[in-house]
Write a protein that binds this ligand. Structure first.
Ligand SMILES: Nc1ncnc2c1ncn2[C@@H]1O[C@H](COP(=O)(O)OP(=O)(O)O)[C@@H](O)[C@H]1O
Ligand SMILES: [Mg+2]
Length: 278
C-alpha cells in the first residue's frame, strides 16, 4: 500500500489529470499483476471536485456525479467528525472505463469542501486529521492517490502528513521553476516536523509544448537543479483534454500506440519502479 500526494500550488499544471490517470493506470497494473487485486482510492481534496467529476462520468454528465456530491454523510463531514462510516462514504467511480476493477472515490460535498480548510484550522491537530482518517481503510487499497487544491495551505499539508510519497506535476516554464522551491520548502518542513518518512517520487513535466524551445530548456533546467527527480514528460495533447471532458481515463480513451497512452503509461511505470526501489 502506498499513499501518494499529487502536489503543486499553481493551478492548471495538470495535478488533477495526473491524479486521475495515475489512479487508473495503477489500477490497471494492479489488476494485471495480482490474482486478488486491491482497488485504488482517489481522494479529491480540491473543493472544485474536478477529479471526482472526471472519474464519475465527466463534467458534462452531472447526472452521474451529482448524487455523489450531495450526500449528507459526505467525506468532508466525516473527516471533520474524525471518523467515517467508510462503507457508505466510498463509491466505485467509472474509471478505468475498460476494467472491472474500478478506482474508488469518496462521496463528497462541494459546500463542505469549501469550508474544510477553515474548519480544520480550528481543530486541534487538524493537520493530522486526514492521516488518522485514512488509517483504518488503507490496507484495503493498493494505492491511495490524493489530488490537491492549488495552494500550500492546511489541506496539502494534511495531505503530505498522510502520505509516504509525493509527486509534483509542473508546467515547465521559468515561472513554474521558481515556484518549485516553495513546494520543496513545504515538503521539507512537513518532513522535518511531522512526517520523516515522506519521499519525493519526482517531478512530472506536464502539458509540455515541445515546439516551444522555452519548455524544453525549462525541463533541462529542472534536470540540473533536481537531478534524478524528473520523470517522463507528458505533452499538451488535445486527447488528454477530450478524455477529461468525457469522463474517461486516457488508457480507455486512446489506443495503446497513441502518444498520450504511452506517455501516461511511462509515468505510471516510473512511479511503480521508484516506489519498489525503496
Ligand atoms: N497533457 C495535457 N494535454 C492537454 N490538456 C491538458 C493536459 N493536462 C491537463 N490538461 C488540461 O489543462 C487544464 C488544467 O489541468 P488540470 O489537470 O485540471 O490541472 P490542475 O489540477 O493542476 O489545476 C484542464 O482543462 C485539463 O483538461
Ligand atoms: Mg486540479
Amino acid at each position: 500500500m502506498a499513499i501518494i500526494s499529487v502536489l503543486n500550488h499553481k493551478g492548471g499544471v495538470g495535478k488533477t489529470t495526473v491524479s486521475v490517470n495515475l489512479a487508473a493506470g495503477l489500477s490497471i497494473q494492479e489488476e494485471r499483476k495480482h490474482k486478488d487485486p486491491k482497488p485504488v482510492l482517489l481522494v479529491d481534496l480540491d473543493d472544485q471536485l474536478n477529479a471526482t467529476m472526471i472519474a464519475c462520468g465527466g463534467p458534462h454528465n452531472s447526472a452521474s456525479y451529482m448524487p455523489m456530491i450531495t450526500v449528507e454523510d459526505s467525506f468532508p463531514k466525516a473527516l471533520l467528525d474524525g471518523f467515517g462510516n467508510y462503507d457508505q462514504l466510498v463509491a466505485e467511480s467509472k474509471i478505468p472505463r475498460d476494467s472491472e476493477l474500478k478506482v474508488h472515490v469518496f462521496k463528497t460535498d462541494h459546500e463542505k469542501m469549501i469550508e474544510l480548510p477553515f474548519l480544520l484550522h480550528n481543530q486541534k491537530d487538524g493537520e493530522t486529521q486526514l492521516k488518522r482518517f485514512l488509517q483504518p481503510i488503507q490496507d484495503y487499497y493498493s494505492y491511495i492517490i490524493i489530488d490537491n487544491p492549488p495552494s500550500l495551505n492546511i489541506i496539502p499539508v494534511a495531505s503530505l502528513i498522510a502520505s509516504q510519497y509525493t509527486l509534483v506535476p509542473i508546467e515547465p516554464d521559468p515561472l513554474s521553476i521558481i515556484g518549485l522551491s516553495s513546494i520543496f520548502a513545504t515538503i521539507n518542513r512537513v518532513r522535518r516536523e511531522k512526517n520523516p518518512n515522506l519521499k519525493v517520487i519526482g517531478v512530472v513535466p506536464s502539458r509540455v509544448r515541445i515546439a516551444r524551445k522555452r519548455y524544453m530548456e525549462a525541463i533541462e533546467e529542472i534536470n540540473q537543479g533536481y537531478p534524478d527527480l524528473v520523470l517522463p514528460y507528458i505533452k499538451d495533447l488535445v486527447e488528454v483534454e477530450d478524455a477529461n471532458m468525457s469522463g474517461s481515463d486516457i488508457f480507455s480513451f486512446t489506443a495503446p500506440q497513441s502518444q498520450p497512452y504511452r506517455q501516461f503509461l511511462k509515468v505510471v511505470r516510473s512511479v511503480i519502479e521508484r516506489i519498489e526501489e525503496e
